[in-house]
Design a protein around this ligand. Structure first.
Ligand SMILES: C[S@@+](CC[C@H](N)C(=O)[O-])C[C@H]1O[C@@H](n2cnc3c(N)ncnc32)[C@H](O)[C@@H]1O
Length: 392
């Protein structure tokens, strides 16, 4: 239900199956009467649940004191009346005030606990937000852009559109798109503050001031529905343990008739000559390593299925082979060295791999570098590009 007097839509909802009561938007009532219906929905929810009632405030952008005190009164009364019941208030670091404001409740009433959702997105989150990823991303984009700049128009990119780049990393793709295709508006969203800070510097370095870099959680964005003609999400569906949830969000913010564009890998298909066997062994292991942390770096060819299941039409899938023949082979060698650094470093160690395994694992990356730099060698990194149209 929406309340018209608020500047942004406010809604409250209760889902009995997940025992979750959610508050979303901006809620600034002048008196408690204005939110009486929401308060009674909360009371009804309390009556129906056993065990834990989850209070989802991840998208609660603003709440004035009148509303805060009215809802808190209900929580506190319920704690007294129902010692069997626990409240877990789920906040998000994207909406910082909620954690600060709701945390106090735990001191008054231990039955109420606060969880910051972002710290438990998915097991691999910390690796991909690590600042050591920044140099890899920049060189990767440099290599893929040669291919993508010619591919993008086939997937709906054109001048004058509104676009969003979700999980934008260091924002270099947004800058390249801005220069090449001149969209009217670009929003670039990521959950790594280090990457966004870097992104703003990259844009400034190119004299570009109108990209809207935004801190946010891609799986629960504060962006409104149906506002972009083109939504890109590169190399990122594959790092979420629930790619379908992320794709549903991309669908949501895309305009009917607009397109969502993704790129993903199939790591076990990285290849090189000479020393192909050692290279192949290592990249098979890369896929297993990521899957240990619930990330699917084999997702590329599965994107057609994900798009179909999400309800897209006119799905277009193509693959590209980024190789050592694209520009300076040293760029590719640098990317492989950075992969080795993170995958055979922090990730393998965290999985508890033996020194013997890590040594063999590293060797495959070294052999891939050897192939990339060899005057007669070939080293490849296959990427799947997919896009689909949101039905009108
Ligand atoms: C593999 S990188 C890809 C970055 C960029 N699209 C590129 O191709 O260079 C994945 C990005 O997703 C971001 N990310 C991870 N979890 C996120 C989340 N929940 N919301 C938004 N961004 C997230 C990471 O910070 C990282 O920048």
């Amino acid at each position: 239900m929406s309340t018209g007097s608020f500047s942004k839509p406010f809604s409250a909802a209760f889902d009995i199956n997940s025992q979750e009561f959610s508050l979303t938007g901006v809620i600034r009532p002048r008196s408690v009467d204005e939110i009486a219906v929401n308060i009674s929905m909360l009371k009804g929810a309390i009556d129906q649940v056993r065990g834990v009632l989850y209070i989802n405030v991840k998208r609660l952008i603003q709440m004035n004191n009148t509303a805060f005190h009215a809802f808190v009164r209900v929580f506190l009364d319920a704690c007294r009346a129902r010692p069997d019941l626990r409240f877990v208030i789920v906040t998000s670091s994207v909406v910082g005030w909620t954690t600060r404001m709701f945390s106090h409740l735990n001191k008054i009433e231990p039955q109420i606990t606060i969880e910051v959702y972002d710290s438990k997105f998915y097991p691999g989150q910390s690796f991909v937000e690590d600042a050591s990823f920044i140099p890899i991303l920049r060189t990767q984009t440099k290599m893929t852009w040669r291919h993508e700049r010619t591919i993008l128009p086939r997937h709906g990119m054109r001048p004058g559109i509104a676009m969003a780049d979700i999980c934008c990393g260091i924002g270099d793709f947004a800058v390249l798109v801005q220069k090449e295709f001149q969209p009217l508006r670009i929003v670039a969203l990521d959950h790594s503050r280090a990457s966004l800070a870097y992104a703003r510097d990259v844009a400034t370095g190119f004299g570009i001031t109108d990209i809207e870099y935004t801190y946010g959680d891609a799986s629960e964005m504060l962006l409104e529905d149906s506002q972009f003609d083109f939504v890109s999400c590169r190399h990122s569906l594959q790092i979420f343990n629930r790619p379908d949830v992320l794709l549903a969000e991309l669908y949501r913010i895309c305009k009917p008739g607009g397109r969502v564009y993704v790129t993903n890998e199939k790591n076990s298909h990285c290849l090189g000559e000479p020393r192909s066997q050692s290279i192949q062994w290592t990249y098979n292991e890369v896929a297993k390593l990521f899957s240990h942390f619930e990330m699917d770096v084999e997702l590329g060819p599965k994107s057609r299925r994900y798009f179909a299941d999400a309800g897209f039409e006119d799905i277009v899938v193509e693959s590209i082979m980024v190789s050592n023949l694209d520009g300076d082979p040293q760029d590719f060698a640098d990317v492989i060295a950075a992969w080795e650094n993170v995958y055979a470093g922090e990730m393998a160690v965290k999985r508890g791999d033996s020194p013997e395994f890590i040594q063999r694992f590293r060797q495959g990356f070294q052999d891939h570098i050897f192939a990339a730099l060899h005057p007669k060698g070939y080293a490849g990194w296959p990427i799947w590009v997919a896009s689909g149209r949101k039905p009108r």
